[in-house]
Write a protein that binds this ligand. Structure first.
Ligand code: 4NP
Length: 167
């Protein structure tokens, strides 16, 4: 695939999606943004996150997610929750669901022809195909570390896929 159209570099859009957009998907956004910056690809990949539910619109990420990410050098404090919109299926090339329920919700919302953009995040991880990122909101404790471990692993595979296919 060409990486240039009429001399303009292709910009790939990546949207991380969970239920509330305060734990898993902002973590995905922060981890992936960090990785993309490390690889000096921030002018090639645009990143955002959103939730399938409206409970926390306008709120910053859960303090427990922020604290866990901060320990790994990732700052989530500026992010604010929003809900997935139908325009997101046009705007983004990859919509990455954190679990099977969010994947099913995205598929229900998805306009015809954009289904190929919807993926399960952990399908990009080594040894995690088909698995969910467990919701840490009510689990607490170790749950936030598990989320980071799973997302860091899958982020490497996701970036590899984007680089191989598009950049
Ligand atoms: P997230 O976690 O989907 O990873 O942001 C949740 C946050 C809030 C709720 C559920 C899950 N809630 O029920 O309010």
């Amino acid at each position: 695939m060409s990486n240039e159209i009429w001399g303009v570099l292709v910009l790939i859009g990546v949207l991380f999606v969970c239920l509330g957009n305060i734990c898993r998907s902002p973590t995905g956004e922060g981890v992936f943004q960090n990785l993309v910056e490390q690889k000096d690809l921030n002018d090639r990949i645009t990143i955002d996150s959103a939730g399938t539910a409206a409970y926390h619109i306008g709120e910053p990420p859960d303090p427990r997610s922020q604290a866990a990410a901060k320990l790994r050098g990732i700052d989530l404090s500026d992010l604010r929750a929003r809900r997935v919109e139908v325009q997101d299926f046009k705007k983004f090339d990859y919509l990455l669901a954190m679990d099977a329920d969010n994947h099913a919700n995205l598929m229900r919302m998805c306009p015809p022809g954009s289904e190929h953009k919807v993926h399960l995040m952990l399908d990009f991880g080594e040894g995690t195909k088909g698995r969910d990122v467990p919701d840490p909101y009510y689990l607490g404790g170790e749950g936030f570390e598990v989320v980071l471990d799973l997302i860091e692993n899958a982020s490497n595979g996701l970036l590899e896929e984007i680089c191989n296919k598009h950049l």
